[in-house]
Design a protein around this ligand. Structure first.
Ligand code: 5GP
Length: 194
């Protein structure tokens, strides 16, 4: 998606060969217009898949999931990273190791918002090693629901998340696929043959 790749090129900051900072449009300040376009494109790719729920994880997955859910006519549910005081104990829980924070956290989703009839599109801001994705998949499986696929805003293709997901048969749609962050530069997978 060109608009997204341009934003990454112009506003992204390469923090290391493994970490890309996109605080100015996705992870802290939000470019609403861009995130609406991102959600629309994710919805377009899953338009014919009868999605009933979009499942993401707070907080950065929420913005791109909103227009995706709207366009798919689906509800949007986000997994919480901290259990809310108003949440009762009827929750699905999974453990996720955070790539950026380097710690393991429980993520929770109320049993009220996922059931066995749901066809779920999982959306996240980044795909690195797939820990967040597998945590969300685990929750969908606990509910007895179906994972239809994963929609990712920025995939770091030099890490093994996509491979691990595809090895287990999951469909992964990523709007920007980063081939490398070497030498402080972002290169994208689809630029390699140019
Ligand atoms: P994974 O679980 O696939 O290893 O990592 C994905 C999660 O870690 C995402 O939800 C995202 O929050 C965070 N993440 C991984 N890599 C990056 C990165 O390069 N930049 C930012 N801003 N977040 C990342």
């Amino acid at each position: 998606m060109d608009k997204l790749k341009n934003a990454i090129r112009e506003k992204g900051r390469v923090l290391s060969t493994e970490v890309l900072k996109v605080d100015s449009f996705l992870n802290h300040q939000i470019d609403v217009d861009l995130m609406m376009s991102v959600g629309e494109e994710l919805a377009r790719r899953f338009q014919t898949d009868s999605i009933t729920k979009v499942l993401t994880i707070e907080s950065s997955g929420i913005a791109p999931s909103m227009t995706a859910a709207r366009d798919l006519g689906a509800s949007l549910v986000f997994a919480r990273k901290k259990k809310s005081l108003t949440m009762n104990n009827d929750v699905f829980v999974s453990q996720v190791y955070s790539f950026t924070k380097q710690e393991t956290n429980d993520i929770t989703v109320s049993k009220d918002f996922l059931n066995k009839n749901d066809r779920v599109l999982i959306i996240d801001d980044f795909l690195a090693n797939g820990q967040a994705a597998f945590g969300l998949i685990d929750i969908v499986q606990q509910a007895g629901a179906t994972v239809v696929g994963l929609g990712i805003v920025i995939e770091k293709s030099f890490q093994d998340g996509r491979q691990r997901l595809e090895d287990q048969g999951y469909r992964v749609e990523s709007l920007a696929r980063v081939h490398s962050l070497e030498n402080g530069q972002v290169t994208f997978v689809d630029e390699l043959q140019l």
